[in-house]
Design a binder for this molecule. Structure first.
Ligand code: ARG
Length: 460
């Protein structure tokens, strides 16, 4: 019989019982449930609501259950509705009346809210530290290839030469904002709902701030109705996951492109690629593709949770049981993608020559030639048109801008002089962009300093 079966004359339908259970999903928060129960029981005994002996028995019993769960010897009973019931039942079977007093002044509604918050904080913590690791790998790669030039793109068309380090640092900053979002999600979860009981609080003289302190929450939630039914912090967490997945999917897409024969910019290590079962020559960027593809399920979990929460009347509703699975999967997915991305980036080889050659293809010096004329007094709009004409001429001849002679150039404008020759190599063009935040090596070195500082702070 269920722990709540007092007012029932018939047993729950077998199918309904299993169908409505959350035990399987709940197992990830078994230890959080035990921690929450020990804090609640300690506070109850300090308040004189249960005896010290009862508390000692509860703490010891829950300790034994925790050991069994860790060792895989705990006898889960699939007829238990959820982890809270399973543990309370086992505790009471072990220690008797003291176990049956544990639930005094508590409901599964504030209990589950507490457990999920403790879990959410732990999950956010895991993500924060893996995010740090990935950012470190990105910084190391950017440092290793600090002076490699590549084409910068807009519309995936060659635009202007940039440094590969600058390109990789762009992802560093995206992931830094993700770190901030994950930190926000951690803080959102960091408030204690315990002591709200079913929905309205309780007539027992609970000390809610004491369980806040024991469970290491930052604050005590001020409204019991809100406390038992709020899952905003899970939305914050899954949103942070979705945005970070979006960033990883962009990086993954570039890895897929760059490792293709058409680009040939990078070679993924054998350890982070796979082969084909039919085509012997294939080396596929599977793990980048998977990272790109897994974005879908995480966005799905974000949408799922938003829709689950929509229109729920106060306070607890069973719908809230649906909140957990998606979050755990979203976090697992992002963690896995962080790790895969670290593996790919840390072990890939950059084909410097191919990147540098591509950096000069596609008339990427055009802006700088226009700037050259503008700096000599020609209005920029006019210079733009002159250089547009040169590009057209090159296309007709099938050559690059660097192949034009001084005479060719002077035919377009007599502002061209000797000093134009040799200033149009991609590296020089990239490095001339010394504005704060630009791709020039001096600006990039400054950026490294800032990035290292930010990362160091985030490790604290
Ligand atoms: N298994 C439930 C959940 O995950 C626990 C809370 C159930 N409360 C209740 N009054 N039925 O949400």
């Amino acid at each position: 019989m269920a722990l709540w079966s007092g007012r029932f004359e018939e047993a729950t339908n077998e199918y309904a019982l299993k169908w409505g259970a959350s035990l399987e999903t709940d197992k990830v928060m078994a230890e959080h449930d035990i921690a929450g129960s020990i804090a609640h029981a300690r506070m109850l005994s300090e308040q004189g609501i249960i005896s010290e002996q009862d508390f000692d028995d509860i703490e010891a019993g829950l300790g034994r259950i925790r050991t069994q769960i860790r060792e895989g010897t705990f006898a889960w009973d699939e007829r238990d509705e959820d982890v809270h019931m399973a543990i309370e039942r086992a505790l009471t079977a072990d220690i008797g009346a003291a176990g049956a007093r544990l639930h005094t002044g508590r409901s599964r509604n504030d209990q589950v809210a507490t457990d999920i918050r403790l879990l959410a904080k732990e999950l956010a913590d895991d993500l924060l530290s893996e995010n740090n690791s990935l950012r470190e790998v990105l910084l190391d790669a950017a440092e290793k290839y600090v002076d490699v030039v590549m084409p910068g793109y807009t519309h995936l068309q060659h635009a202007q030469p940039v440094l590969l380090s600058h390109h990789l640092l762009a992802y560093f900053w995206m992931l830094t904002r993700d770190h901030d979002r994950l930190g926000f999600a951690f803080d959102a979860a960091d408030a204690n709902p315990l002591g709200s009981a079913a929905l309205a609080g309780t007539s027992y003289p609970l000390d809610r701030d004491r369980t806040t302190e024991l469970l290491d929450f930052a604050t005590t939630m001020p409204n019991s109705l809100d406390a038992v039914s709020d899952r905003d912090y899970l939305l914050d967490l899954v949103y942070a996951c979705a945005v970070s997945m979006m960033h990883l999917s962009r990086l993954a897409e570039e890895i897929v492109l760059w490792s293709s024969s058409e680009f040939g910019f990078i070679t993924l290590s054998d350890s982070w690629s796979t082969g084909s079962s039919i085509m012997p020559q294939k080396k596929n960027p599977d793990f980048a593709e998977l990272t790109r593809g897994k974005m879908g399920r995480v966005v799905g979990h974000l949408m799922g949770l938003l829709v689950t929460m929509k229109g729920l009347p106060l306070a607890y509703n069973k719908d809230l049981q649906e909140c957990k699975e998606g979050i755990v999967d979203a976090v697992d997915t992002l963690l896995g993608c962080y790790i895969a991305m670290e593996g790919m980036i840390a072990t890939m080889k950059v084909n410097r020559k191919r990147m540098a050659a591509a950096a000069g293809e596609g008339f990427t010096a055009a802006t700088d030639i226009a700037d050259y004329l503008a700096k000599k007094g020609m209005p920029f709009r006019e210079a733009h048109a002159v250089v547009g004409g040169l590009v057209l001429e090159c296309e007709k001849r099938g050559c690059g801008l660097e192949d034009l002679t001084l005479d060719d150039l002077r035919a377009a404008s007599d502002l061209f002089e000797d000093d134009i020759i040799g200033t149009l190599d991609p590296e020089g063009i990239a490095n001339a962009r010394t504005t704060y935040g630009g791709t020039g090596i001096d600006a990039v070195l400054l950026q490294f300093e800032e990035a290292r500082e930010v990362l160091e702070d985030d490790y604290l």
